[in-house]
Design a protein around this ligand. Structure first.
Ligand SMILES: Nc1nc2c(ncn2[C@@H]2O[C@H](COP(=O)(O)OP(=O)(O)OP(=O)(O)O)[C@@H](O)[C@H]2O)c(=O)[nH]1
Ligand SMILES: [Mg+2]
Length: 395
């Protein structure tokens, strides 16, 4: 039986639409994954695959002067720093074990633990048992943690509903918003850190893979570095739609804070993930992944950063959106700091689930050189290191 021409045309159109639909789902991303497992394309170089040694510059190695207690005269004003809950004790012990084994048993820098409720005796006893260094346990003052008075609770609840609909993780957990705000603009104001200049942020359940034999805090000081990172990622744009517009308002009011050697190109790249840039209203969403940070608190204590944080805080996006401390820190560094003072600690093997920094070095054990993630394949798209490498001339 002959099929009428319009019916045949309709059938063909249906087949075509079906093929197009399947292709849309399974089409290649345009960035084949390198054998090492990073998100770099086949034409890009992954510096993690190059043999990696210690950084250039002045390095100070372990000696008797780093013994625990008052004998440790070589230590500078610096601390390992962890915001952590009592329930995360096991994860914290694991992170401490890794960092003590690979680095701190040689230098004995103090640990400072922060919590919004008092630490339990068990937490104190077990963490103390993991290190020869001094441990300090600090309660966060209410005025640093509480939701600020200008946040409208009805608006907050409405906004988190919208974020939830957009699959924003932790959107309706008020403590997550509080944590991001505290990490953005509060931690360095705690009186326990008044005499401290540098910190190394450590979260529970992270891993360190490589022996590091020099004092990283002295490295920062002696080589004029402000901020050190290991991993560089894209953010979920739906968590920060107005962060960049607010930032542009701020720098229009304060052009004097923008450094001449800024990282604007990295912050505003629109080539690699144009959709991200569009949804974040002009921000690439690239950021230093701040669960690892080695940094100089004088930057956060500067007038430029204080003014910037206050501007953002008043705008309300820590609660009405889900601004993270990572994009906030990164934008500030990218705008107000000399980008030569931002250092990639390529030699520090690190993992926070699901991403790694794993260098090619005989000093590393337990991670796969160059592997970016051991999670699902789509996670490779979150890799923003190529943008940074290109920006600093390494890519
Ligand atoms: N004391 C305390 N610590 C918190 C609270 N919320 C988060 N933290 C700590 O803040 C850090 C970041 O929180 P996470 O829940 O790990 O956030 P995240 O890294 O974005 O999320 P994950 O990918 O699930 O790890 C961790 O060190 C937590 O232990 C809180 O309400 N109280
Ligand atoms: Mg975490």
């Amino acid at each position: 039986m002959a099929i009428a021409r319009p019916v045949r045309a309709l059938g063909l159109a249906a087949v075509f639409m079906w093929c197009f639909f399947i292709w849309q789902i399974f089409k290649p991303t345009g960035r084949p994954v390198m054998p090492g497992g990073s998100g770099l394309s086949s034409t890009e170089k992954d510096p993690n695959l190059d043999p990696t040694g210690e950084p250039e510059g002045i390095l100070t190695y372990a000696s008797d002067k780093y013994a625990p207690g008052p004998a440790g005269t070589a230590r500078i004003n610096a601390t390992l720093l962890a915001l952590v809950r009592n329930e995360e004790l096991d994860g914290m012990l694991q992170s401490m074990r890794d960092l003590e084994r690979t680095w701190n048993h040689k230098f004995n820098y103090p640990w400072t633990f922060f919590n919004d409720v008092p630490f339990t005796e068990e937490f104190k006893k077990k963490t103390r048992a993991e290190t020869k260094a001094e441990c300090r346990y600090e309660l966060i003052p209410k005025e640093h943690w509480e939701v600020p008075s200008w946040i409208n609770n009805d608006l907050y609840i409405e906004s988190t509903k919208i974020l939830k609909e957009q699959d924003v993780q932790y959107a309706d957990m008020v403590s997550y918003h509080q944590m991001c705000r505290w990490n953005s603009g509060m931690f360095y104001k705690h009186e326990a850190l008044a005499d401290m200049q540098y910190y190394w942020r450590v979260e529970p359940k992270v891993h360190f893979f490589c022996d590091v034999d020099y004092d990283v805090f002295r490295y920062m000081q002696d080589n004029n570095k402000t901020y050190g990172f290991t991993i560089n990622l894209y953010d979920a744009p739906q968590t920060i739609p107005t962060l960049w517009p607010e930032t542009l308002k701020f720098i229009a009011e304060h052009p004097e804070y923008v450094h001449e050697n800024n990282a604007m190109k990295w912050l505003t790249d629109s080539k690699r993930r144009p959709d991200h840039n569009t949804k974040a209203n002009g921000y690439s969403t690239c950021h230093f992944w701040s669960n690892f940070e080695i940094a100089d608190m004088n930057f956060w204590r500067s007038k430029a950063y204080e003014d910037y944080f206050n501007h953002l805080d008043r705008a309300g996006g820590f609660f009405y959106e889900r601004w993270g401390d990572a994009p906030v820190h990164s934008i500030a560094l990218g705008l107000f700091e000399d980008s030569n003072r931002i250092h990639w600690f390529r030699d520090i093997g690190y993992q926070h689930i699901p991403f790694f920094n794993c260098p090619n070095s005989p000093k590393c054990k337990g991670c796969v050189t160059g592997r970016f993630t051991d999670g699902e394949a789509w996670l490779h798209r979150e890799d923003c290191r190529p943008n940074w490498f290109k920006f600093v001339g390494m890519g």
